[in-house]
Design a protein around this ligand. Structure first.
Ligand code: 6PG
Length: 485
């Protein structure tokens, strides 16, 4: 490498597939950044530098030259497939970096892996940062939402660099230091879980407007475009209108009608549900979205049930107000899903010792990421006003909005059930809301059942202590030693 490039770059990127290339281009387009780039296959590096000479990349074929081209504290962002590929690059950089240098994993790594990596690397004095980067390929190029974890010290160097490329919402860069070690990847995981829930709710709204409302995709696209001008405004609503407006060139049919109705997933939604279960946090909206994708991908079971189901219900007759009802049901269910997602963030922060600022997370999700929406301003306001609310459903703005839409929400869920339209997202959200709102729950009976077959004891509403009924004896009640199983 030439002497002139030693220590020239303030930031480096390893891994130049589309996301890595776009992130490199974004970095290079910002005042004050000189970007070093490296890819295991040098041809890909040459393609990037050849296609974008204006970027002024400092390209290296050898990893040693890449490291030498970084000025201290050396800062490199790894943009390779999560898993073994990331570990291989981390090891190569750890061998060459010095105390104070910063290694950033910008992939969708599992936050537990990030915690373990940070624990392994930090004794060397090198900072390891897991950063969630949301917004897909376009976001990487034009401005993602970025959720870095890692040490506060690393953020002193890394923060301004990430702020130079992040999306801007309400004049603020969509990046914040989320918390230490794996906090960034944890919050990105929750973002993805919420994304699943949001997408599922939108899909259910589409299905209702089509199956019950009798609208064709293009007409539904117009409905979504209208919704995107109001309180349902969001990137996902916006792109849904585009997807529904698309016509398949081969057949002339609506694009959505030629797509096989079996949904895939790279797995981050599954992680969200698994961790929420471990944390004891109900995330029904996210779980139903994950399961809905799984159900859709069970063609044998679907065919089997369709073969034995002789009659399906007729769609209920609805009038023009149905679309407005659906928009209210969608909004109320969305509030529930986001409330559950933030509950998981709160529980994760408590379990892993992170000081996560919920209103800042809502603010950095206002732009750049897949769930970006004006709606997140309302969440930020709610946590700004009272960071310790028990649930977002308690915040006055959301309490009023859900109350206003409640009747419509119930009509839509009932209409769906009577019409045979599956609405696992809408339905579970309404039941979650009713569970929180009910003064008495059938959990009392569950406690009785548990005590009957397993002597698992129960508490009483009218006195302290823990009790057990002698079900196989005279069915008298005894007070146990005060501990409840
Ligand atoms: C983002 C997205 C992204 C996600 C893909 C695939 O924030 O840019 O959430 O990280 O991994 O969209 O997601 P699924 O294949 O799991 O739906």
């Amino acid at each position: 490498m030439s002497e002139s490039t030693v220590g020239k770059a303030n930031i480096g990127v390893v891994g130049l597939a589309v996301m890595g290339s776009n992130l490199s281009r974004n970095l290079a387009s910002r005042e004050g950044n000189t970007v070093a780039v490296f890819n295991r296959t040098f041809a890909r590096t040459e393609t990037l530098t050849g296609e974008h000479p204006e970027a002024g990349f400092v390209a290296s074929e050898a990893i040693d030259d890449f490291v030498a081209s970084l000025k201290k504290p050396r800062t490199a962002i790894i943009m390779v497939q999560a898993g073994a590929g990331t570990d291989a690059v981390i090891d190569e950089l750890v061998q060459r970096f010095e105390p104070g240098d910063i290694i950033v994993d910008g992939g969708n790594a599992n936050f537990q892996d990030t915690i373990a990596r940070e624990k392994r690397i930090s004794p060397t004095g090198i900072h390891f940062v897991g950063a969630g980067i949301s917004g897909g390929e376009e976001g990487a190029l034009k401005g993602p939402s970025i959720m870095p974890g890692g040490s506060a010290e690393s953020y002193e160097t890394l923060g301004p660099i990430l702020a130079s490329i992040a999306a801007i919402a309400e004049g603020e860069p969509c990046v914040t230091h989320v918390g230490t070690d794996g906090a960034g990847h944890f919050v990105k995981m929750i973002h993805n879980g919420i994304e699943y829930a949001d997408m599922q709710l939108i899909a259910e709204a589409y299905d209702l407007l089509r199956t019950v409302g009798g609208l064709e995709p293009a007409a539904i696209a117009d409905v979504f475009s209208e919704w995107n001008k109001g309180y349902l405004e969001s990137y996902l609503i916006e792109i849904t209108a585009e997807v529904l407006r698309q016509v398949d060139a081969k057949t002339g049919k609506p694009f959505v009608d030629i797509v096989l109705d079996e949904a895939g997933s790279k797995g981050t939604g599954v992680w969200t549900v698994q961790n929420a279960l471990d944390l004891g946090i109900p995330v029904g909206g996210i779980a139903e979205a994950v399961f809905a994708r799984a159900v859709s991908s069970k063609p044998n079971q679907r065919a089997a049930v369709q073969s034995v189901v002789t009659a399906r219900p007729e769609a209920q007759k609805v009038d023009a107000s149905f679309a407005d009802d659906v928009s209210k049901a969608l909004y109320a269910s969305k509030v529930v899903a986001y409330a559950q997602g933030f509950d998981a963030i709160i529980a994760g922060a408590e379990k892993y010792g992170w000081n996560i600022n919920k209103d800042k997370i809502a603010k950095i999700w206002r732009g750049g990421c897949i769930i970006r929406a004006q709606f997140l301003n309302r969440i930020a306001d709610a946590y700004d006003e009272n960071p310790d609310i028990a649930t977002l459903l308690e915040a006055p703005y959301f309490a009023d909005a859900v109350a206003e839409g409640e009747a419509a929400w119930r009509r839509v869920v009932a209409t769906a059930a009577l019409s045979g339209v599956p609405v696992p997202g809408f339905g579970s959200a309404l039941s979650y809301y009713d569970s929180l709102a009910s003064k008495r729950l059938p959990a009392a009976l569950v406690q009785g059942q548990r005590d009957f077959f397993g002597a698992h004891t129960y508490k009483r509403v009218d006195e302290d202590g823990v009790f057990h009924t002698l079900w196989s004896g005279d069915r008298s009640e005894i007070q146990t030693a005060g501990s409840s199983h």
